[in-house]
Design a protein around this ligand. Structure first.
Ligand SMILES: Cc1cc2nc3c(=O)[nH]c(=O)nc-3n(C[C@H](O)[C@H](O)[C@H](O)COP(=O)(O)O)c2cc1C
Length: 192
């Protein structure tokens, strides 16, 4: 995660590549229950910040530099649960017996939207950019306020926001002091 950016625009073809790859993640039943709200260019990103990180509701000010606002692209991935509910009522899927969100063992719409978000992050890094994923917060009221500001329909849930741009000087997140968990503790071979 890069939390400070240079004030430089991202070439159009790079933006297009990021958006193309965002649609290439796996999705159960090829439901593709993800949409993206895209703020491309500083004029648009400036508007988005008002609703992503207002003064009263600033997200993690402790580890976010002022230069985060230089990001020239912000992508908000939105999970669409009803796309799965509808898909699983189709003839080839209805034997699963899933009729509403509660019938899923895990919310596939969040899984698939997170896969898509990872592709956005990887494409950004592959293009020599930096990216920063953060949650829309800090309270449960922040999501409806955000949705209302940009006319997002009820069925869609913004899982967070990804700020992208040319990396500036950013301090590492204090969370990194935790260190990476040892592989031997994380990997369970054959049995737990
Ligand atoms: C679901 C999720 C929410 C996150 N929210 C924030 C956030 O609100 N603010 C922030 O600074 N970083 C946020 N992060 C980034 C993590 O803090 C970061 O990935 C972690 O410190 C590891 O750093 P690295 O990804 O650069 O290795 C979030 C990451 C995830 C996966």
């Amino acid at each position: 995660m890069v939390r400070a950016f240079e004030p430089r625009p991202i070439p159009k073809e790079v933006v297009e590549r990021i958006l193309d790859n965002a649609q290439r993640g796996p999705s159960s039943g090829y439901s593709q229950g993800f949409d993206f709200l895209v703020f491309d260019g500083r004029e648009m990103t400036n508007i988005s910040w008002r609703h992503l990180a207002s003064e009263e509701e600033s997200h993690e000010p402790s580890n976010t530099e002022d230069e985060v606002v230089n990001a020239s692209l912000i992508i908000v991935p939105l999970a669409h649960s009803q796309a799965y509910v509808r898909r699983y009522l189709e003839p080839d899927k209805k034997h699963f017996g899933r009729k509403s969100e509660e019938d899923w063992p895990a919310p596939y719409w969040f899984i698939d939207t997170a896969f898509a978000s990872m592709l956005v992050l990887l494409t950004a890094v592959d293009a020599g950019l930096g990216a920063y994923y953060f949650s829309i917060g800090p309270t449960s009221k922040s999501i409806p306020i955000f949705k209302n500001a940009f006319g997002i329909p009820d069925e869609y849930y913004p899982i967070g926001a990804i700020a992208i741009g040319y990396p500036g000087e950013s301090k590492p997140s204090p969370s990194l002091k935790r260190g990476k968990r040892p592989k031997s503790e994380v990997m369970h071979f054959g049995k737990w």
